[in-house]
Design a protein around this ligand. Structure first.
Ligand code: SF4
Length: 131
């Protein structure tokens, strides 16, 4: 891979997408942080077709995942962590996503404490969806 990346792929992406404002779960809208289809491709725009812009997700007021995602706090600093929020009873999406910090932190703690197998759903999730 060259330092400037894959130019043909970049040109294709620039032809199909334009930079747009996006809402991020737990954080809110960030200007120029996402992509959307260029107007000439609107016939293929599932967001518009299914009116996804009108759908909003209810978030628990206890969930501080936005603060964690910004690196301002660690997952185990959330008062709900492993008490009211577990993989079986998630209050936020990051408790069930292997891409964030919350679930891996939970899985590490559960593993370190040798919590019985039937409570180790987080570890099974990691096995099924390795990073
Ligand atoms: S532990 Fe649960 S409630 Fe707390 S930040 Fe993570 S997902 Fe949100």
């Amino acid at each position: 891979m060259k330092r400037e990346g894959n130019k043909p792929a970049q040109e294709l992406i620039n032809q199909v997408f334009e930079v747009s404002d996006r809402k991020w779960r737990g954080i809110g809208e960030i200007q120029q942080s996402g992509l959307r289809l260029e107007p000439e491709f609107s016939a293929f725009d599932a967001e518009r077709h299914f009116k996804l812009e009108e759908i909003t997700a209810e978030e628990s007021p206890e969930c501080i995942s936005g603060i964690i995602l910004q690196g301002l706090k660690k997952p185990n600093q959330c008062p709900a962590f492993a008490i009211r929020c577990t993989p079986q009873t998630p209050l936020g999406a990051t408790m069930v996503s292997s891409e964030g910090l919350v679930l891996p932190t939970f899985a590490t703690i559960v593993s370190a404490l040798r919590i019985p197998r039937y409570l180790r759903q987080a570890n099974r999730h990691e096995e099924n969806y390795p990073r």
